[in-house]
Design a protein around this ligand. Structure first.
Ligand code: NAD
Length: 493
């Protein structure tokens, strides 16, 4: 078992569509969390001692286990979140790809390497290496219970750290499955452990003396996590919410843009941190684009079945948020072209497409996290960029334009942009994933993601001695005046 023995309290994980109990888990208290971190600390020397090669072999064994048992894992995710099997499969596929990349590239990116020295210290060699921090605490959300936490866990492990993971209280079965599979594949249950529970368990992990705390969840909880981590001076990586825009320019492929808007907005029932939350389409193509969005959204199949297009909303409280945002939009004059208020059929929300949404509507300003697409008419792409940037969030964005895609992408104040596709950056392991402003800071995935879980160590080595050493009281008196001349010549002109 990777979860601690059951203590006083337990809680059930249930299927949001049927209410069926998926499993019963411990509410881990401060002592349980401290024990897990202590085990991880002891395992740290062993894991670090394996070196890049030993860790790569174990992580590849884990990867093979996940790939072979993917269907089993998808069933657990489907049971616990209600999401269709295809959505579950997509996140497992991406997680395995990231794990493979992290295992394969950690050594190349983190090992000791020589860097250029300076003119002043031409007689020295210089090196840098990226050492594991030790124990990484990971706190995860429920909406992508495999892909999201594994985006931190795989990279932290590949960088040489051990991990204690506190999953969402809505997805403990998925997390436990992931940790048990690691123990099966590697024979080591202390390197990747899970502590289950609610916010208090997460808070205990923040104060448990881990070396980095990687949090993924809402911006509101991120503030509490940072405050708790500040008490013990623990570094944080923050992956928070978003309100991502999709821009449709006049020369866009409208079929592709409409399909992407509907998938980006409604896949996973709209519960995607970097999903499409708002669409800005330029006037010249607005009506044609909107017609295609309406057709595609109206055709989606909603239900609890494993092969539905849109599953249930996983958290009951989120249905309230979606309903409030819809009411607010209608009160401000928005019109629904697909669905409406009666699309809210707990625990499901059927797709809703809105037009005439004013820019101060909550649905355009806050994270709705449901299959709801407000499509806003703008004069041109410049106005679309201005609207997209007018947000407290800054996670991702998408641009559909044949001629100006990358140019528009570079004007968006976000961490990631897909041009002529949606969410593609999440599927390319070499790319860093993360946002700006209320969407957080620090990065997971790619080289930047590996380095978040390391400490750089700088080393210099004197290759040959000089008759006069700058860093010596024995240096000749005329050396500093000579260097003053050198400074002027090199940098003062
Ligand atoms: P949440 O903030 O409610 O909870 C996230 C995690 O924090 C859970 O495990 C929860 O138990 C824990 N937690 C709650 N209170 C805590 C506290 N005081 N101290 C420590 N931990 C605490 O978020 P959620 O509802 O699980 O997830 C949805 C949110 O996550 C959305 O805002 C979504 O956009 C965001 N998200 C972001 C990314 C990203 O990579 N940027 C990915 C997925 C989800």
């Amino acid at each position: 078992m990777t979860t601690p023995e059951l203590r006083a309290d337990t809680f059930d994980s249930t299927n949001p569509a049927s209410g069926a109990v998926v499993g019963t888990f411990a509410v881990c208290d401060t002592e349980d969390v401290a024990d897990a971190v202590s085990r991880a600390r002891h395992a740290s020397a062993r894991w670090r001692g394996l070196g890049f090669d030993g860790r790569r072999r174990r992580l590849e064994a884990y990867k093979r286990t996940l790939a072979r048992r993917a269907d089993e894992l998808c069933e657990v995710v489907h049971a616990e979140t209600g999401k269709p099997l295809a959505d579950a499969f997509l996140e497992v596929l991406l997680a395995v790809d990231h794990l493979a990349w992290a295992a394969r590239h950690a050594e190349r990116l983190l090992r000791l390497r020589r860097v250029r020295t300076s003119a002043l210290l031409f007689n020295h060699a210089a090196y840098v290496e990226y050492r594991p921090v030790g124990v990484v605490g990971v706190i995860g959300p429920w909406n992508y219970p495999v892909h999201t936490p594994m985006g931190s866990i795989s990279y932290a492990l590949a960088a040489g750290n051990t991990v204690v993971f506190k999953p969402s209280e809505h997805t403990p079965a998925t997390a436990t499955w992931l940790a048990d599979a690691f123990a099966d594949a590697t024979g080591d249950a202390a390197v990747f452990q899970v502590v289950t529970g609610f916010g208090a368990t997460g808070e205990a992990l923040c104060r448990a003396g881990v070396d980095v705390l990687a949090f993924t969840g809402s911006s509101a909880t991120a503030r509490k996590v940072m405050a708790a981590c500040a008490e013990v001076l623990t570094k944080v990586v923050m992956e928070c919410g978003g309100n991502d825009a999709l821009i449709v320019d006049a020369d866009a492929d409208l079929d592709a843009a409409a399909a992407a808007a509907v998938w980006g907005g409604c896949a996973n029932a709209g519960q995607t941190c970097a999903g499409v939350e708002r669409v800005y389409a330029v006037d010249a193509v607005y009506e044609r684009f909107l017609g295609k969005v309406v057709d595609a959204a109206a055709a989606l199949r909603v239900g609890a079945g494993a092969d539905a297009d849109v599953g249930p909303i996983s958290m009951p409280g989120q249905v309230d948020v979606i309903e409030e945002h819809l009411r607010d939009a209608f009160a401000r004059g928005a019109r629904a072209l697909v669905g409406g208020l009666d699309s809210v059929r707990r625990p499901f929300v059927e797709p809703v497409v809105l037009t005439d949404v004013p820019s101060d509507a909550r649905i355009l300003r806050e994270e709705t996290f449901g299959p709801v697409l407000p499509v806003v008419r703008v004069a041109d792409a410049d106005e679309a960029v201005a609207h997209a940037n007018d947000s407290t969030y800054g996670l991702g964005a998408s641009v559909y334009s044949r001629a100006r895609g990358v140019e528009l992408a570079r004007r968006l104040d976000v961490g990631m942009v897909s041009v002529n596709s949606v969410l593609s950056y999440a599927a390319i392991p070499a790319l860093p994933f993360g946002g700006v402003r209320e969407s957080g800071f620090g990065r997971i995935h790619g080289e930047d993601g590996l380095k978040e879980f390391t400490t750089p160590r700088a080393i210099t080595r004197e290759r040959f001695g000089l008759p006069f050493a700058l860093t010596s009281f024995d240096r000749p008196r005329q050396l500093v005046p000579v260097l003053r001349q050198v400074l002027r010549l090199r940098h003062g002109r």
